[in-house]
Design a binder for this molecule. Structure first.
Ligand SMILES: *Cc1c(COP(=O)(O)O)cnc(C)c1O
Length: 229
């Protein structure tokens, strides 16, 4: 199926999931995850009205983002080393995968040099899996306090990537855990600092919406299977 058709189907499913849990469709935004797919695929999605895109790899984004040109808003969602902060602060509007203060400070410094403000979300490892990025839930409050002080970053919420389950309903307690954490942290943070919950991917975005997701990150269901070379 074409990217435009896939986008229409996903958008309809997002709206239905939002309504089913008493939320408004416009409270959930779709981040189209275009990693491994070329600028042509992004342009096709853009032509179909998709504005928001997510990328995981710095080097790939360095080629792709200029090739696509103006129009999209780009979110970085992958693991990020502090020495790549400069490039990411130049190319992206939002970094969803901030999981340590060193990285936040590097992004803040680069954003300051560029005279811009960079949106950030804190990635939290709610599943506690050893191989996944993200700070531990117990560290999140401290990290949020420190990040909120950084002048060139705007903290807007939390992101998570729970373990893969065949049955997406099994991820729901973890999505709920992220929502509850955001509520708790929000009490001691500036207004709006916990307004976004980025959770849910191709296989489980409806379960995430039922638990309050405001950003869902969907790749495969829009662009098809990824091929890694
Ligand atoms: C690749 C990726 C996605 C998209 O996953 P799909 O299963 O293809 O929808 C979402 N979030 C992150 C952090 C990813 O790395």
């Amino acid at each position: 199926m074409s990217i435009a058709v896939n986008l229409a189907l996903i958008t309809a499913r997002i709206a239905a999931a939002a309504k089913a849990s008493g939320r408004k469709p416009e409270q959930v935004r779709l981040v189209a995850v275009s990693k491994t797919h070329g600028p042509g695929a992004v342009k096709e999605a853009l032509a179909a009205g998709q504005i928001l895109f997510g990328e995981n790899y710095v080097q790939e984004a360095q080629d792709k983002i200029p090739a696509v040109g103006p129009g999209p808003s780009w979110h970085f969602i992958g693991h990020l080393q502090s020495n790549k902060a400069k490039v990411v602060a130049e190319l992206f509007d939002v970094v969803q995968s901030v999981d340590r203060l060193k990285l936040a400070k590097a992004l803040d410094r680069r954003a300051g040099e560029l005279g811009r403000k960079l949106g950030v979300l804190l990635q939290v490892n709610v599943g506690g899996e050893a191989q996944k990025s993200g700070c531990a839930p117990a560290e999140a409050a401290n990290l949020a306090q420190e990040v909120a002080k950084l002048e060139h970053l705007e903290l807007t919420g939390l992101m998570t990537m729970p373990p893969f389950f065949d049955d997406p309903q099994r991820a729901r307690p973890l999505f709920a855990q992220l929502r509850e954490l955001a509520v708790r942290l929000g009490r001691d943070l500036p207004e709006g600092a916990m307004r976004h919950l980025s959770m849910g991917m191709s296989g489980d975005f409806e379960a995430a919406i039922a638990e309050g997701a405001t950003l869902v990150r969907v790749g495969t269901a829009i662009f098809g299977q990824r091929e890694y070379s």
